[in-house]
Design a protein around this ligand. Structure first.
Ligand SMILES: *[C@@H]1O[C@H](CO)[C@@H](O)[C@H](O)[C@H]1NC(C)=O
Ligand SMILES: *[C@@H]1O[C@H](CO)[C@@H](O)[C@H](O)[C@H]1NC(C)=O
Ligand SMILES: *[C@@H]1O[C@H](CO)[C@@H](O)[C@H](O)[C@H]1NC(C)=O
Ligand SMILES: *[C@@H]1O[C@H](CO)[C@@H](O)[C@H](O)[C@H]1NC(C)=O
Ligand SMILES: *[C@@H]1O[C@H](CO)[C@@H](O)[C@H](O)[C@H]1NC(C)=O
Ligand SMILES: *[C@@H]1O[C@H](CO)[C@@H](O)[C@H](O)[C@H]1NC(C)=O
Ligand SMILES: *[C@@H]1O[C@H](CO)[C@@H](O)[C@H](O)[C@H]1NC(C)=O
Length: 753
């Protein structure tokens, strides 16, 4: 018998109901937790803001492919017992300043319920979100400094998602499952990986981790699934450094697909939207409905048109990042764009030029298709794991956290040799970039020398100290960011490390991108530390996941052997060759303390709050008005009908509206774009700018400099035939100091059959 998803769903309900009958007469044991999930829109400014990730000065936002969200789960042993909150952020990475502000806000709402100790905020590593929300200078050079609007969108969304999860806390069950994700990543620095000892490599089947670990959250009362969080390592670089649409990249896409899949399993298969009217009738009907002119509306109008309204009860499906350092989603490999041949193995360049060597995703040359495919591969594994999860988590909730100054940590190697970490520095391999996004400065990955000319340029910024030069070897110091403090710190010195425990699951929050082998070493070391100090509480059934890019960002962590080659990941390993050893040593202390039930009396040095000294050079929009005789929201270019009169699946109807800069209002939990279906005489929203099939593109007219919004819909397979129209929502100000006005407009109707 083949189980349909609906049958499965019913069976699942039955099983969970049966389990809960048991819970009813088992006195509250450690088998039951309080759990809550929440999700909130964090899409930042969709125009003019540099995207975080590729450091490409030309890559500024110009629209939305799909929205970004903060997704949270909270688990507690009981109302008074230990709890923690884990936030999955559709951003490039976590930011220290974001954490500081979020914790301040949580403190004023909840007292000391949520603190640095028990809140983890982890970035998915999309390279297609607005930047300017990190406080160290290196990370805001291309965004022209700090961007308040990006920052506020992220802080608000995290706060709101935690509040929703907190308000949702109810008794429930948590299941854990793990499985393989196939062909969603390859190692982008295999030559560096090969430098790791042969006997160590022999313990693993491949040069990347292919395991996904998934948690499934089930409401104890209703037996309904309320969410799932999974961890798996692959870069958010399916979208290229030329993309200008805000996107959650492959993990954001996986989350959208997963949440929509879950929502559809609850619905009956005969959709109420089906319409069997003949194609010619649809065409005739469509012809009668012309574009509406732009009309004023309210601040919240677009929220009313949202297809997935966030009333706080949404199922939350999140795809979290892990030891992602050397894992690219561009799984076809990297090739020279001139010859089509594979690039140089050690340097990822083509006749000495790194710019020619570019990785290809499975949808090459279509990056949207690559994003979809890599997203689907993660989504499908997650559905399998979710649907077959039977192993219930039980046991303690616990956590440990400490801040460390990574500038000079003493590390004992092998018990008889002491080495030190160094102030942060970047090598030339950093400036070379990667095959996901090559750098434009003429460097190559693996460079350990810097030319005289570049040294002069460097020294004008800051000549590295001799101590630093020696400490970082064999990295050549291109930017001694840990020694640069003008006008404020270029790199972090204080980093948080954190261990969260949920029964037998251990989550290691790391503030950077560990390479595959670096992550394996950390997990192994912590497993040993837990087992040898845990008095039987931990064993080989203990599961350890690394949560990458969490709580702060400090670039990469490569193994000491990989560090020798100085490819991008090693050249971006900030604190010198022993960075990983320092992490392992300090994480072991936390693990030991946790296993023995000891608390650390020292929290370590607090990270600085650099809000007041941030450079803020990006200008806001100064006011927008439409050309004479035109209203904002009016059609500039209506949908062009195909010859046969109606569109079919896969076609791309589009319309251009006179509009204003989308930075006046981010339309949070609302939408800039919509597709409406005519039902009877009523228009029903069926797609919005959260959908993979709908694009909101923003630009200014190249002649008049007025704003234009292009709404483009790639009609998906599952769309029903019917009469549709495209819709735009926006806001404007006549001048910087005037009030925000809201408007909307619709295209002419068109038929899909
Ligand atoms: C890569 O570099 C290593 C070490 O220098 C060398 O042994 C190897 O031959 C190089 N491989 C290729 C394919 O160039
Ligand atoms: C980190 O340690 C270094 C070296 O001891 C010290 O100079 C620096 O001030 C510390 N950084 C911070 C932010 O405390
Ligand atoms: C100490 O150093 C020696 C020589 O460098 C080395 O062989 C040994 O494995 C190290 N570790 C211990 C625990 O002695
Ligand atoms: C406690 O914190 C101090 C200060 O940061 C740190 O050096 C030490 O390793 C920590 N100890 C444990 C057991 O976590
Ligand atoms: C189907 O389309 C026709 C023509 O547009 C319309 O009159 C009818 O109400 C539609 N039915 C549904 C269920 O939308
Ligand atoms: C404006 O853009 C259009 C379409 O891309 C192009 O054909 C035209 O040449 C451009 N005009 C100017 C003045 O750049
Ligand atoms: C708004 O700004 C304009 C131009 O800077 C100025 O002339 C006007 O007085 C301002 N209006 C208000 C209400 O502040």
């Amino acid at each position: 018998m083949i189980m349909t998803s609906k049958m499965y769903h019913n069976l699942e309900k039955l099983l969970v109901a049966a389990l809960c009958l048991l819970c009813a007469w088992i006195p509250a044991t450690d088998g039951q937790y309080l759990i809550g999930v929440g999700s909130y829109d964090m899409t930042g400014p969709a125009a003019d803001v540099n995207m975080m990730g590729y450091a490409n000065i030309e890559q500024n936002t110009a629209g939305v492919h799909f929205r970004l969200r903060a997704r949270t789960f909270i688990v507690a042993e009981n109302p008074q017992g230990p709890r923690f909150a884990f936030v999955n952020l559709d951003a490039g990475m976590a930011s220290q300043l974001v954490n500081i502000k979020v914790l301040e806000r949580l403190n004023s709402r909840f007292g000391n319920l949520y603190t640095q100790e028990n809140v983890a905020i982890s970035g998915i590593h999309t390279h297609a979100g607005p930047g300017g929300y990190l406080q160290y200078l290196v990370y805001s050079v291309t965004s022209l400094g700090f961007v308040q609007q990006s920052f506020d969108a992220i802080v608000n969304a995290i706060e709101q998602s935690i509040v929703l999860a907190h308000n949702n806390l109810k008794p429930g069950l948590i299941f854990i499952n793990k499985g393989e994700v196939h062909n969603a990543g390859i190692n982008r620095s295999p030559s560096a990986y090969l430098l790791n000892p042969a006997d160590e490599r022999a313990q693993y089947p491949t040069n990347i981790d292919t395991q996904m670990t998934l948690l499934k959250f089930v409401d104890g009362g209703s037996g309904k699934s309320i969410g799932a969080f999974s961890w798996f390592a692959t870069h958010g670089t399916s979208m290229s450094k030329d993309n200008k649409l805000i996107s959650g990249d492959n993990k954001g896409a996986a989350a959208r697909f997963f949440e929509d899949w879950f929502a559809s399993t609850g619905k009956s298969s005969s959709s109420p939207l089906t319409n069997s009217t003949s194609p010619s009738t649809l065409v005739k009907k469509a012809q009668t409905i012309k574009a509406t002119g732009g009309k004023p509306c309210d601040k919240t109008t677009s929220q009313g048109f949202k297809v997935r309204k966030n009333d706080g009860s949404l199922f939350v499906g999140a795809f979290c990042q892990s030891n992602v350092g050397d894992v690219t989603p561009n799984v076809l490999g990297a090739f020279c764009i001139d010859s089509g041949k594979p690039c140089d193995f050690n340097h990822s360049s083509c006749h000495g030029n790194d710019l020619l060597c570019v990785g290809r995703g499975p949808g090459y040359p279509d990056e949207i298709l690559s994003t979809k495919i890599i997203g689907e591969r993660q989504f499908k594994t997650a559905v399998d794991l979710f649907s077959s999860a039977t192993e219930e988590l039980t046991g303690k909730i616990d956590y440990r956290h400490v801040y460390l100054n990574f500038t000079d940590i003493e590390v004992e190697l092998d018990g008889n040799k002491t080495v030190k970490t160094c102030p942060a520095a970047l090598g030339p391999g950093f400036a070379a970039g990667t095959t996901d996004g090559p750098g434009a400065f003429g460097f190559q990955q693996g460079d350990t020398e810097i030319s005289k000319v570049w040294k002069k340029v460097r020294d004008m910024l800051k000549e590295p100290s001799q101590y630093q030069v020696d400490c970082q070897k064999p990295k050549a110091v291109l930017l001694s960011t840990g020694e640069m403090f003008e006008p404020y710190a270029w790199a972090p010195a204080i980093l948080p490390i954190q261990i969260l425990r949920l029964g037998k699951l251990i989550i290691l929050s790391v503030p950077g991108e560990f390479t595959t082998m670096a992550g394996r070493r950390l997990r192994e070391a912590i497993m040993q530390a837990l087992i040898s100090n845990g008095n039987g509480e931990f064993d080989d059934k203990t599961q350890i996941v690394i949560a990458g890019l969490t709580n702060t960002y400090s670039q990469y962590v490569a193994t000491v052997e990989e560090y020798e080659q100085q490819r991008y990941e090693a050249a971006s390993t900030l604190y010198g060759p022993h960075t990983l050893s320092a992490y392992i040593q300090e994480f072991q202390k936390l693990a030991k303390a946790m296993a023995r039930g000891e608390k650390n009396s020292s929290r370590g040095p607090s990270p600085p709050d650099l809000t007041s000294v941030q450079l803020r050079l990006l200008q806001g929009p100064f006011g927008d008005s439409p050309p004479n005789g035109v209203n904002l929201g009016d059609i500039k270019q209506d949908v062009t009908l195909p010859k046969c009169g109606s569109f079919k699946k896969g076609d791309r109807p589009s319309a251009t509206f006179w509009s204003a800069n989308p930075r006046y209002d981010l339309l949070t939990e609302g939408t800039f774009a919509g597709v409406e279906l005519l039902q009877g005489e009523r228009w029903t929203p069926v797609y919005d700018d959260d959908d993979f099939s709908l694009y909101f593109k923003w630009k200014t007219d190249n002649v008049t400099f007025h704003g234009l919004a292009i709404i483009e819909w790639e009609i998906p397979e599952e769309a029903n035939s019917g009469v549709y129209r495209l819709r735009h929502f926006g806001s404007s100000k006549k001048a910087t100091n005037s009030t925000t006005q809201y408007f909307t407009g619709a295209s002419s109707a068109f038929a899909v059959s």
